[in-house]
Design a protein around this ligand. Sequence first.
Ligand code: ADP
Ligand code: AMP
Length: 223
Amino acid sequence: MNIILLGPPGAGKGTQAGILVKQRGMLQLSTGDMLRAARSSGTEMGQRVAGVMDRGELVTDEIVIGLIDEALDGARGGGGVIFDGFPRTLAQADALAGLLTRKGLSLDAVIELRVDDDALVDRITGRFSCGDCGAVYHDRTRPTQVDGVCDSCGSTNLKRRADDTEESLRQRLMEYYKKTSPLVGYYHAHGQLAVVNGLAPMAEVEAAISAALKPALQTAGDS
Ligand code: ADP
Ligand code: AMP
């Protein structure tokens, strides 16, 4: 089963993807994580996208489609793929459909995590994550059990993203509404969209996603 998690920055895509990875053995493909990895390893592409990311704008379709194309080749078998933060434009959505068809894969569900903008400032400014295993935390809603130590892997390498500021969030939200939110209508028109209340507590969001995936699981299992 291959699915997309759709929603603005801070909606909870990475958090819920992490749960699906643990529970269902799915593979999380986050273009944001891939781009940050390219930056920190200092590749030519990483250097090229750094300024764009720092400004909270979208990097080119060509770059992220290339990343997903490559990542999908290593993603055969297992519990399927979670697209997290991709697609973010209609061109990316069309390219994803083409890639999946070419590789003999299906898109089984698109989950929109619907949230109010008001909640996002707190979500984004309180976010930190483990630099080693990627577990996502929040100062107030999901602190680590032991201060400074990752619950999942025990690492003390906890980090905050440079772009997780109120100012950058404003720009990233603008990009979301201009370029990404049309995908809600796009996937609704394709009969693939399920809307989940992303403002609910994490466990409730998890349960709602599970319920929304049931029909897709059935279809994927039948095919
Ligand atoms: P995204 O990947 O969509 O940008 P994240 O999963 O990183 O969002 O979540 C953003 C922040 O909000 C993180 O600090 C996370 O711990 C917190 N968070 C995620 N889901 C919820 C929730 N349902 N309720 C409260 N806080 C949440
Ligand atoms: P994220 O980790 O999803 O919040 O993404 C962080 C940043 O990476 C974004 O603000 C964009 O600059 C860039 N980015 C991530 N995914 C995409 C995408 N699919 N298309 C364009 N830019 C992206």
